[in-house]
Ligand binder design. Structure first.
Ligand SMILES: Cc1ncc(COP(=O)(O)O)c(C=O)c1O
Length: 467
């Protein structure tokens, strides 16, 4: 009996959601990405018609707007510059490691924040000056640390007690005194998988240990609170704890900090991580995800003003010299500059309410879509009303390859071109070649377009294999 009541209740909720909640569904406007729509109702990025790009280069394909990339970087730079503080910007390679994108950013003045031997190698390959490289991450190989130390990079941020020993040993063997920072954890933000907790006394112990070592030069405190942060208060709260700690190590250990590396994490207005409830309702009842409220994300100027005023306030409170602020932005620079174009390859019916659209991009190349909101447009039907609900599935032969369980779109036909927005953060880094080759990347600017990464070939898929 209980089971029956539960079933009826669930069916009722499903009915309510399908009938009423779905009506509320809206999509974000394309103008938020600075996109245009041409006379034929086709989506245009950087002066290039998305349908034309899909036809010329094939799908799936990432398209990067070079001018928006430069604009985002300059906006970040100006936001801090206008607050009269010493600061440095080190783009987080893991967010989007396409060399052509990194090159544009380095030409604009950005340094590199790397977290692996490969990314360190790539930064050197791209000609980044050693004093513009910060090396982070929980697993730095001996070999890569040797390279970092020999080349005297800006900063190596230490993650654990074992790593202190490892770096000490390498530094002594090379006879070079590397500049190091210590990654710490405050009571808010990402946990102690990364760095040393202030609260448990670990962070203090790390500084105490380092303070006794002549072979390492302690220069920085490093923190990275998380990603997709949508409030300035998180930085504010964390800095309250950080400066209390900076003061403690100054008083008790005589350690002075030159740099405060605040990591990245700044959210973007068109993307939003799903809450647990949202995810549950989406998965259980196909309730469409609602787009983020654009006003919920502070602009970079607002973030910068709050961060700088908090740093100044805290330094005044503890009578400290202002540190140089270092930032490692990722998604706020590249998220909205890139879109992923995919093609509708097949259409099926799930039930009277829902159709299934199978497209040639799935969780293999667009996995962030399964944990955060990414808008999608039908690039060849921008003037059509969104009137139908679709389950959007990828090409991989597994039931988990679903990008959306219910998304309101114009009526779809096979061959339509879907634009998945904000593919510029974490789509490339999380992508894999599960049964399909990875897509090409095309850059656009003022109506011109060129390939910056070729589509992976079948030969590329096996070129490391012996058989
Ligand atoms: C240490 C560090 N710095 C910077 C970033 C970039 O973060 P975001 O893309 O949220 O700005 C990350 C991302 O995880 C990170 O781990």
């Amino acid at each position: 009996m209980k089971k029956l009541i539960k079933k009826i209740l669930l069916l009722f909720i499903k009915y309510v959601i399908c009938r009423f909640e779905r009506r509320k569904t809206t999509n974000l406007d394309y103008s938020l990405w600075g996109l245009e729509v041409n006379k034929r109702g086709r989506l245009v990025i950087g002066g290039c018609n998305c349908v034309g790009l899909a036809e010329k280069y094939g799908t799936p394909i990432h398209v990067v707007d070079r001018d928006l990339l430069k604009k985002n970087y300059n906006e970040f730079y100006e936001s801090f510059k206008s607050n009269n503080i010493n600061f440095g910007i080190y783009y987080s390679y893991k967010t989007n490691p396409i060399p052509a994108i990194l090159k544009v950013l380095h030409e604009s003045g950005a340094g590199a924040e790397v977290i692996s031997p490969y990314e360190l190698w790539l930064a050197f390959k791209l000609g980044v000056s050693p004093d513009l490289i910060i090396y982070n991450g929980p697993n730095k190989s001996d070999e890569s640390l040797k390279v970092a130390i020999k080349n005297r990079i800006k900063l190596i941020n230490i993650n654990s007690f074992n790593e202190i020993e490892k770096i000490k040993k390498i530094a002594e063997s090379l006879g070079i005194r590397p500049k190091v920072g210590v990654r710490i954890c405050t009571s808010i933000g990402w946990g102690s998988q990364f760095g040393f907790k202030i609260k448990s006394g670990e962070a203090f112990n790390a500084f105490e240990k380092l303070g006794k070592m002549r072979c390492l030069e302690i220069e920085a405190i490093h923190i990275h609170l998380g990603t997709d942060i949508k409030s300035t208060s998180m930085y504010e709260k964390a800095m309250g704890e950080i400066f209390g700690f900076v003061n403690e190590i100054k008083d008790k250990l005589g350690v002075y900090i030159k740099y405060l590396d605040l990591g990245g994490g700044f959210g973007v207005s068109t993307v939003k991580s799903f809450s647990k409830t949202e995810s549950k309702l989406h998965h259980s009842f196909n309730k469409p995800y609602l787009p983020p409220n654009i006003e919920d994300t502070p602009s970079m100027r607002v973030f910068a003003k709050k961060i700088v005023s908090t740093v100044c306030k805290e330094c005044e409170r503890y009578k400290l010299k202002l540190p140089v602020l270092l930032f490692e932005p990722g998604r706020v620079i590249t998220s909205n500059v890139q879109m992923l174009l995919a093609k509708v390859c097949d259409l099926k019916k799930e039930n009277s309410e829902l159709k299934i659209a199978i497209i040639d991009a799935g969780i293999n190349i667009a996995s962030p879509v399964s944990w955060e909101y990414h808008e999608i447009f039908v690039a060849n039907k921008m003037n059509s009303n969104c009137s139908e609900f679709y389950k959007i599935a990828g090409p991989i032969c597994t039931p988990i390859d679903i990008l959306y369980r219910s998304k309101k779109l114009p009526s779809l036909e096979v061959g339509d071109i879907i634009a998945i927005m904000d593919s510029g953060a974490y789509c490339i880094s999380f992508s894999n070649n599960f049964s399909f080759t990875r897509p090409a990347v095309v850059m656009v600017s003022e109506g011109k377009h060129w390939v910056v990464r070729e589509k992976e070939s079948f030969k590329d898929m096996i070129h490391l294999d012996g058989f």
